[in-house]
Ligand binder design. Sequence first.
Ligand code: DGL
Length: 267
Amino acid sequence: MNNQPIGFLDSGVGGLTVVKESLKQLPNETVYYVGDTKRCPYGSRPVEEIREFTWEMVEFLVKKGVKMIVIACNTATAVTLEEIKKTLKIPVIGVIIPGSIAALRVTQTQRIGVIGTEGTIHSGQYPKAILSKYKNANVFGLACPKFVPLVESGEYRSEKAREVVEETLKEMTEHNIDTLVMGCTHYPLLKPLIQDAMGESVTLVNPGSETVSEASMLLDYYEIPAEQNTDQMQHRFYTTGEVETFREISSSWLPLDDIHIEHIDLG
Ligand code: DGL
């Protein structure tokens, strides 16, 4: 048993979609979350910058004493997962392999779309992970750089968001896919709009859910799950950006009453 928190990180508020799954599947676990809102989006940044910023978040969480790290950001996973895993002594997981497994589980036609940031799509990590498990799958990637700013600004339910999503996904609707991976942790906040644009015949996959199932298995494997002692639990959220904007999005998205949010500076 180990009551230390699990650390989650993302370039902004996107990783909250993974935290939401954690609160559901791992209710005994304390969450420490860091979102680098000030420097978001990461998706169109050079690889070296993504690596540097991600390491800063990892080091912050390690100093806070987390027992496991969930890289709740596809872009950061694509660039840094392997080296972070090799360097740290605690378990580290990313979202791309769990997302790929979840897609293969639901597809009937093996025609799978993946939407994500430019960084994630250009890294080729999703097709690599999916094809390594099933070589005859057809994987179609599409970068959607306009989606993250819609979420970070809190406009993810607006008419403008609907138009942007519909326009961007037009190309994806031509591939006759039956499964679409939301390969950016910000995208589940746009899920109703993405579903409308793709049509009901396409199943949307949120890698966050599978990632938390994997985290759950690892906690058991390493014998470090938390005890059932919710009185002591104090989730903490850290942002490099505006606390108030972060509060608005997190309180409408997470089933928590009193969210502890602090501003921090990184780098
Ligand atoms: N939420 C992140 C992801 O899953 C990145 C968004 C961004 O900063 O561009 O890729």
